[in-house]
Design a binder for this molecule. Structure first.
Ligand code: NAD
Length: 488
């Protein structure tokens, strides 16, 4: 499969038009080979302000359209994602570096997210009840107004679809801020939404970095902010957006623990653990980062080593996002080695013939890690798994519970009773039983605990309906004959 190469310069998308107004320009690199593939504008508060004004102008008529009209647009948009699947997948591959199959899976997930959005009318019937004779109360879900979505680099197509379809289906208009490292997929999103018939100003894109994020948090015209990225920035965004009286859900980083018990199925466990840590080059917030091996699990570790050796950068493993990421990940491996851990499979210094400028790290398995090492506690965000040995399940759960993060946790066992203990006691928002990447499918919502998420509720699935709407409560009496009581 041939990868794409140079792309047109990236522009902001405001009121249905692509534009660039002499903002400072930044290069976009493909991590596959380090080549410059495009540039993007580093926008400022004024660009955010312009986008907010366009979104405010579009809000009145958009929020007054029926669910049916909005759903028709998303049926057409979903069909366009399917029609353009190959090109969209290759774009993700080009800008992010993951392999083609992983890129395609991302676009397929975006389609599923659109399917959920079109089902929202079936889910949110408003409530009506006759509370006294002839007096009725009703609750209706109303949109918030202009909302914003800030995205990370690791899923250039999917994460923007976590927020856009539901927020728009529920009648809001939106400002999208993609990661400055991967802004190309979102350009196509805007083009295809327009082709599907979305009115101008309902969806807008402002490109850039920190300045745009700060402008979004500060702008009085934005009602709600969804953020997905690292914990350090999630904290800044959550504090700044809520101190400006916006509602905010900020998803942060992760350090996911997989607990492996000696009775676990050998093949299934080894392949799941390795796929979880190496898939998307470990740059998934749901990736396995620590394996807690309970008691006698050497046979599983031996099989994992075999599995990992069959994963080859440039063949069935993509690149990491940047030179800085490669350096950081390799630094963690070296620190573990210096601290006395055993490197069973070493991905440092990986290269791919013909792609000398690319940023590759091979799969890495580190054994005999102790809980005080940096590879045991910090987010590495690369294809690296640290194995900590535990004597029993209680100790394993304690290790999981001691993490500051809490996105995902999983257990591998044939025993329902032991699995249930992990389900009950792990301190994480998403739990897997014999599943290495326990991403809930729609309509179940996605979101972690502890320092992996700040704010109430989640940004996808049913939970997102709360986040993107507010309730209007109306009490009605049509006839003077209605029963009178204290509130008549
Ligand atoms: P990041 O925090 O560096 O960037 C995310 C967004 O914040 C980008 O749009 C970026 O422009 C902006 N940003 C960066 N620094 C900023 C600052 N100082 N002030 C304001 N805005 C700033 O994250 P990333 O490197 O793009 O993505 C990887 C991280 O995202 C990992 O930690 C990963 O675990 C996390 N992630 C979490 C989830 C989840 O669901 N919890 C999902 C995907 C990624």
């Amino acid at each position: 499969m041939e990868t794409l190469s140079k792309q047109p310069e990236v522009q902001n998308f405001i009121d249905g038009k692509f534009e660039r107004n002499g903002q400072k320009s930044m290069n976009i690199e493909s991590p596959l080979d380090g080549s410059i593939i495009s540039t993007l504008p580093m926008s400022t508060y004024d660009d955010v302000d312009k986008a907010v004004k366009a979104a405010q102008k579009a809000y009145k008529s958009w929020s007054e359209t029926t669910f049916k009209e909005r759903a028709q647009i998303f049926f057409r948009y979903r069909a366009l994602l399917e029609k353009n699947m190959d090109e969209l997948s290759r774009l993700v591959q080009l800008e992010n570096g993951k392999n083609y199959g992983e890129s395609k899976a991302e676009v397929e997930k975006s389609m599923e997210l659109c399917e959920f959005a079109t089902s929202i009318p079936q889910i949110i019937s408003n409530e009506v009840q006759e509370v006294s004779k002839g007096v009725e109360c009703r609750t209706e879900r109303k949109p918030l107004g202009v909302v914003a979505s800030i995205a990370p680099f690791n899923f250039p197509n999917m994460v923007p679809h976590w927020t856009m379809p539901n927020a728009l289906m529920l009648g809001n208009t939106m400002i999208m801020k993609p990661s400055e490292l991967v802004p190309l997929s979102v350009v196509r999103m805007a083009e295809l939404l327009k082709e599907a018939g979305l009115p101008d100003g309902v969806f807008n894109i402002v490109n850039g970095g920190k300045d745009v994020v700060e402008a979004i948090c500060d702008h009085p015209g934005i009602e709600a902010v969804s953020f997905v990225g690292s914990t350090a920035v999630a904290k800044i965004v959550y504090k700044r957006a809520t101190s400006n009286l916006k509602r905010c859900v900020a998803l942060g980083g992760a350090k996911n623990h997989l607990i492996v018990l000696p009775d676990a199925n050998l093949e299934m466990t080894a392949s799941n653990v390795v796929a979880s840590m190496a898939g998307c080059a470990g740059q998934r917030c749901m990736a396995a980062s620590v394996m807690v091996g309970v008691d006698k699990v050497q046979h599983i570790i031996d099989r994992m080593v075999e599995e990992a050796k069959a994963i080859v950068p440039g063949k069935n493993l993509g690149s990491v996002i940047s030179a800085a990421a490669k350096e950081r990940i390799e630094g963690y491996i070296t620190a573990a080695e210096e601290d006395g851990a055993t490197i069973l499979v070493d991905g440092r210094g990986a290269t791919v013939p013909g792609k000398d400028g690319g940023y590759y790290v091979g799969p890495t398995i580190i054994d005999h890690v102790t809980t005080d090492m940096s590879v045991a506690t910090e987010e590495i965000f690369g294809p690296v798994i640290s194995i900590i040995r535990a004597k029993d399940l209680d100790e394993a759960i304690e290790i999981e519970n001691s993490s500051n993060y809490g996105n995902a946790a999983a257990v591998f066992t044939q025993s329902g009773g032991l699995a249930k203990q992990v389900m009950d006691r792990a301190s994480a928002g998403m739990i897997g039983v014999n599943i290495g990447v326990p991403v809930p499918r729609e309509p179940f919502s996605f979101g972690g605990w502890n320092e992996s998420k700040f704010g109430v509720g989640d940004v996808t699935g049913r939970s997102s309906i709360e986040f993107w709407t507010q309730n209007k409560k109306t009490t009605i009496k049509w006839n003077k004959e209605a029963q009178t009581n204290w509130m008549s």
